[in-house]
Structure formats: C-alpha cells, structure tokens
Write a protein that binds this ligand. Structure first.
Ligand code: FES
Ligand code: FES
Length: 157
C-alpha cells in the first residue's frame, strides 16, 4: 500500500509523518504523536472513548483516517490542562469533585465531547444532560457522578 506524507497539527504542535492510508486518526494520535490520553475502546464508533475535537467539534477519532486530517488541526484531552499551564480545566475539576470517574478509561472522551458545548448546559435538567452525553459509554460510574460533574462545571461557568 502506498504510504502518504501528512501533516496534522495536534494541540498546536505540527506532526508530520508518512503513514499508511488506512491508519486511523486514533492510532495516529496515540502511536505517532504519542498522545495516549485519547483512549480506544470499541474502535467502531460506539463507546466515544476516542473522542477528540476538530474545528471545535467533537469527533470520534476511530472513525476517521489520519490522512483525512492532513493540513487540519486536532485538539486532544491533553490540551485541556496544557492550555492552563498544567492546571486542570474546570470540567476536569468537576469530574474529580463529583467522582465522575472510577477507572477513568472513558473520561477523556466525556471531557472532549462535553467541553465544546459546556456553555449550553446551564439550565438543562438531568435528562437533557444524559441526552447530551449519550454518545459516551461508561462501564463504572452509573453516570450519576458524570451528570453531576457536567451540571456543576456549567454552573460555575
Ligand atoms: S473507540 Fe472510537 S467510539 Fe469507541
Ligand atoms: S470510569 Fe471506568 S469506564 Fe467510565
């Protein structure tokens, strides 16, 4: 298979690699850029654990090929604290305070799914918040802590 040279900006850093066209964006992020905060669970678009942001929107990186992001910008969970000189993002603080994680495998996906729409959460009831996070699966928490964390992060703005 003919390999392709691509350049992807991830969290502001340019990553240039020669890759196979079939390489998934999730694998590019983890194995080429060495950013392992993006987790891979189902690898077919169901669990949401691989969620990253492209152009400010949450996307599942296991459903994209890395070559589709050539010349584009990607933001991963590492950016949340890196943009704050290592301090936790308010959404991360809220997950910690509300016990919105146990094993933490799902957490990067939840954070990257919710963060772009956090400004729209205030005023939502719990059912609406559950709808908002319905694209992300957690096998540990029972979701109560996650819903609480999202609500509190939105309330604190
Ligand atoms: S690993 Fe991408 S949605 Fe599950
Ligand atoms: S905290 Fe373990 S899968 Fe969500």
């Amino acid at each position: 298979m003919t390999r392709v040279r691509i350049t992807v900006t991830i969290n502001g850093a340019v990553v240039e690699r020669v890759v196979e066209p079939r390489m998934l964006l999730s694998d590019f992020i983890r194995h080429e850029a060495r950013l392992t905060g993006t987790h891979v669970g189902c690898e077919h678009g169901v669990c949401g654990s691989c969620t990253v942001q492209v152009d400010g929107a949450a996307v599942r990186s296991c459903l994209l090929f890395a070559v589709q992001l050539d010349g584009r910008e990607v933001r991963t969970v590492e950016a949340l604290s890196a943009e704050r000189d290592g301090a936790l993002h308010p959404l991360q603080e809220a997950f910690h305070a509300a016990q919105g994680l146990q094993c933490g495998f799902c957490t990067p996906g939840f954070l990257m799914s919710v963060e772009p729409v956090l400004d729209h959460v205030e005023g939502m009831d719990d059912a609406q918040i559950r709808g908002l996070i319905s694209g992300n699966l957690c096998r540990c928490t029972g979701y109560e802590g996650i819903v609480c964390a999202v609500r509190e992060a939105a309330r604190k703005g």
